[in-house]
Design a protein around this ligand. Structure first.
Ligand code: GDP
Length: 445
């Protein structure tokens, strides 16, 4: 599945991976190739555009994580966006089949794999969810299709509504409902007739059946190999009949797979299952993470980037802890801490995160240690020179005045900052001895 797309993206990222730093131009070049690959995989133009736009937005200006290449990092962003696009608002929810007997309406074009999928779904519900399932074929035009379902049912040990010659689809739907109610079935699956292409009589018949059956789920079965056509079919069925989900069949082949990418974005309907072969067990729930991984064929890199980020942060925490415990806590460190505090929702947010800090937060508040003060302190540090930040003890009265002026504040404020810095440095030194420091720094990252 998705072989072509995966290979294409692979060679793009190979080139990226070998480069050191990632410029705007590099990102643009790479994304142009991603764009071509997506279009060639039959993802629709508007969906592709939207996708590229959002990857670009996320890739530009993102800090490069140590120990992965920028190319690898772009892959991670592309991966996350793919998941986003495949998943829509959230993971595909479970089928709504409480309140027995729950009707499921299967719709789609002829040859899409509707009958096969009805059987697969019946088997799945029976074996995995312990449901009593009834299958019914509504394809009055093609006796062979009715036979096919009857054979399938006996193979998987699921009851099939007996065929009564001369009945209309609506009549069969009524009989199925009756039978399901009387027979104590949990679910009954209605396999509607398909046509080779969408036409008005087909839609009218399906709509009539829908009105009679009042299905809990209407699943559209589409051939995943047909790409853009599958998306158009889905739009049409959704407009005329209303669908609750999609099953993409033939995802075992090496098709272009663009359908999966566009489907969710264009129709807004979740892909519930994918068909992965002709056998009755070849049906799997759709999982965006897994499909995105397969599209990229680079799941290992995604994991690597995540790991690298964690390692980097751990290393940084370790380095800082070592310095602090030696009493090396200068104004640069302090500014970093203050910036970090602001990023984490200011004083209150930060204290809330650290266990046992509730009391300290109250004390800090009464001492006037609030977000405004954080901002003032950051401004004071900003108006110091590099040397002064590294060694704040060197500050003379005249410099103090200039620094305070530069930040638009009083010298008293600066003295408060210096005092606090000394206290913090002392505290860090003490904490460092107990090993608590590393933990605390890690929490703050
Ligand atoms: P219907 O006309 O929509 O009911 O389509 P069928 O269920 O009769 O399927 C048409 C053909 O597609 C059959 O030969 C199936 O075995 C095959 N088929 C259905 N689903 C899949 C699938 O997920 N993968 C593969 N490889 N073949 C499938």
């Amino acid at each position: 599945m998705f072989e072509n797309l995966s290979e294409r993206l692979g060679s793009v990222f190979d080139r990226l991976s070998r480069q050191g730093a990632l410029s705007d131009d590099d990102v643009s070049t790479a994304l142009r190739e991603v764009r071509t690959a997506l279009l060639e995989a039959d993802v629709s133009l508007p969906v592709t555009r939207e996708f590229i736009r959002s990857v670009q937005k996320k890739a530009t200006g993102q800090a490069v994580t140590k120990s992965v290449t920028p190319g690898q990092q772009v892959i991670k962003i592309v991966h996350d966006e793919l998941v986003n696009m495949l998943q829509g608002d959230g993971p595909a929810e479970r089928l709504k089949i409480d309140n027995p007997p729950a009707p499921i309406l299967m719709v789609g074009l002829q040859g899409s794999g509707k009958t096969t999928t009805s059987g697969k779904l019946a088997r799945r519900l029976k074996e995995r969810e312990n449901k009593k399932v009834l299958l019914a074929s509504l394809d009055t035009q093609r006796p062979a299709a009715m036979e096919q379902l009857a054979i399938l049912g006996s193979q998987i040990g699921v009851d099939v509504l007996p065929i009564v010659k001369g009945e209309s689809a609506v009549q069969i739907a009524r009989r199925a409902k009756q039978q399901a109610t009387l027979g104590g079935y949990d679910v009954y699956i209605l396999d509607t007739a398909g046509r080779l292409q969408i036409d008005i009589p087909l839609m009218e018949e399906v709509a009539q059946v829908r009105d009679v059956a009042q299905p809990r789920e209407t699943l559209l079965v589409v051939d995943g190999l047909t790409g853009q056509v599958a998306v158009e079919v889905a739009q049409e069925f959704d407009a005329k009949v209303g669908i609750t989900g999609v099953v993409l069949t033939r995802m075992d082949g090496d098709g272009r797979g663009g359908a999966a990418l566009s489907m969710r974005a264009v129709t807004g309907k979740p892909i519930r299952f994918v068909g992965l072969g002709e056998k009755s067990e070849a049906l799997e729930p759709f999982e965006a993470e897994r499909v995105a991984g397969r599209i990229l064929g680079m799941g290992d890199i995604v994991a690597l980037v995540e790991k690298a980020r964690e390692t980097f942060e751990a290393e940084q925490a370790e380095r800082m802890a070592k310095r602090f415990s030696k009493g090396l806590f200068n104004m640069n460190d302090m500014k970093m801490q203050l910036d970090q505090m602001m990023k984490m929702g200011g004083m209150q947010g930060l204290m809330g995160m650290l266990p046992g800090m509730g009391k300290m937060a109250k004390a800090a508040e009464t001492a006037g240690f609030d977000d405004l003060m954080l901002r003032r302190q950051i401004a004071l540090i900003n108006s110091m020179t590099k040397k002064e930040r590294a060694n704040p003890d060197m500050l003379q009265a005249s410099r103090k005045k200039r620094i305070a002026q530069g930040a638009g504040l009083d010298v008293a404020e600066l003295n408060r900052l210096l005092k606090m810095h000394r206290q913090m440095a002392d505290m860090m030194k003490k904490m460092g001895k107990g090993g608590m420091m590393k933990q605390a720094i890690k929490q703050m990252m």
